[in-house]
Design a binder for this molecule. Sequence first.
Ligand SMILES: Nc1ncnc2c1ncn2[C@@H]1O[C@H](COP(=O)(O)OP(=O)(O)OP(=O)(O)O)[C@@H](O)[C@H]1O
Ligand SMILES: [Mg+2]
Length: 289
Amino acid sequence: MDELIKLQGVTKTFKDFWGKPKAVAIKNLSFSVEKGEILGLLGPNGSGKSTTLKLILGLLYPTRGRISVFGKHPGDNVAKQFIGYLPEEDYLYSYLNGRETLDFYGKIFNLPSKTRRERIDFLVDLLGIKAYQRRAVGEYSKGMARRIGLAQALINDPDLLILDEPTSGMDPIGIKEIKDIFLELKSKGKTMLISTHLLSDIENICDRVGILYQGEFIAIDKVDKLLLPYQNESHRLEKFFLDKVYAERKEREKKKIAAISKEKEEKSSTKKSDEVDKELLQDLLHKEQ
Ligand SMILES: Nc1ncnc2c1ncn2[C@@H]1O[C@H](COP(=O)(O)OP(=O)(O)OP(=O)(O)O)[C@@H](O)[C@H]1O
Ligand SMILES: [Mg+2]
């Protein structure tokens, strides 16, 4: 087995200015992504998807645990050459046009000018941005910006793609086109880690999916295996996701209520024994008088 990404017991705690823990984004997370595999990272808002991707890229440091990418530390300069990353937020220089943007990122990867030109021609065509490649990216709509972002992530023809909500803001046609591109990349043996909320769209693309809930996996397995109980149903991944998240939420609420009532019980029993003590003391004083 060829593991391109490996996380072992990774925890990420965000701290405030004084170093006090503010949010535990990831808790003791362990998983790996194998060469040629597509792993979908799902989860409600704030469940730790983007944090996990940033840790893998070396943009954040783990509080505990170990991460390796291509067998190296995250952020290693050699490994970076083989990685394409699409961040969740738009980050492009607004005054550059589409072609200039891609050229800028091509230079970061030290691609020769002829290769850059060929690659940009190929990518503007692939992502359907030829018509507005000369417009400043600051004027792009959300969907257009996502397309140029994806082109940027592909500029170095990476072996590993890490994509944070690649289709957010895209229209249904755009989503379909991007899905086809993912399938083509998959057929070329690329490895992909994709975070998304569009469950029905990745159902047929991912080999495995992992569902994060408050920084922990509540499910991670092969898509076929996870969706076995939902055979002959439509929107299977969506149904599985909702069932799993609702069940987990209910379970955690139950535990919370049990803990609160236990605490209350303990408090009231201490109070009762305090009252008994007081009565005994009064009895004693009475006898002494
Ligand atoms: N820079 C930061 N400082 C403090 N807390 C942070 C920071 N970044 C993320 N968090 C917290 O970490 C947790 C996980 O956030 P993250 O962005 O990874 O979630 P997500 O699953 O990507 O959510 P979404 O679906 O909304 O994109 C949240 O509680 C968030 O508030
Ligand atoms: Mg996110």
